[in-house]
Design a protein around this ligand. Structure first.
Ligand code: SAM
Length: 205
């Protein structure tokens, strides 16, 4: 990883460390609004894991569902640069995309990321695929619908990594529903890994 990427990752990490305390103190009535101010990153272990999976699989058509402020996107884009691919990343909020776009430029990775603003389910319906690698990390009640939209567009050998399978506990019911759906889909092989907040790693064919 080059020094520009390292510097951007370090700055994200510093912000994430500060935000842990803020996230713990969130009050329920403002919860959704406040969550939208936070990075909500997949974390260093999960980020390193998806980065190495993409490199090992030589995945080129990389899809991220849930950009937030771009922490995971940097790791995906760094891997895309090595695999000769690009990342298409989906996010609802323009200010998050603006921030992520700036960070990609700072990291020297702007050429490897295609930002798509809007509701992910609508964007997914319009994306042709096929996808070689997918990171699923939007709000958890949308995981099953997102999987249903992505599944017909998976390339042979495609990998899907879904975050938050174990934590936070309030997401557990949606996470379980997602894992049931993936495991019931034809030609999917899937395993739960205790990395970060819990990753379901699934392969097509
Ligand atoms: C957990 S955060 C993503 C964190 C990011 N992957 C990272 O590791 O830095 C989830 C993101 O999904 C976005 N999101 C939620 N529902 C969405 C939808 N329907 N369409 C697009 N983005 C959505 C939220 O705005 C939020 O920024």
């Amino acid at each position: 990883m080059d020094h520009k990427v390292e510097a951007v990752v370090k700055a994200y990490q510093a912000r994430a460390d500060e935000e842990v305390a803020i996230a713990r103190g969130l009050v329920s009535e403002n919860r959704q609004r406040d969550l939208d101010d936070l990075l909500l990153p997949i974390g260093a272990a999960a980020a390193q894991f998806v980065n190495l999976l993409i490199k090992e699989a030589k995945a080129r058509a990389i899809l991220e569902v849930g950009t937030s402020y771009g922490y995971s996107t940097v790791w995906l884009a760094e891997a895309a640069r090595e695999s000769g691919g690009t990342v298409t990343t989906l996010e609802l909020h323009p200010r998050k995309i603006d921030h992520a776009r700036e960070k990609m430029a700072e990291a020297g990775l702007a050429d490897y990321v295609d930002f798509r603003l809007g509701d992910a389910l609508e964007t997914l319906a319009a994306l042709p695929g096929p996808f070689d690698f997918v990171l699923l990390d939007l709000w958890k009640d949308l995981y099953v619908a997102s999987f249903d939209a992505i599944y017909p567009k998976l390339a042979d050998g495609a990998l899907i990594v879904a975050d938050n399978m174990l934590y936070p506990e309030r997401a557990r019911a949606n996470a379980d529903a997602y894992r049931d759906r993936v495991r019931a889909a034809p030609d999917m092989t899937s395993v739960l890994l205790p990395i970060g907040s819990g990753l379901e790693v699934s392969r097509y064919r």
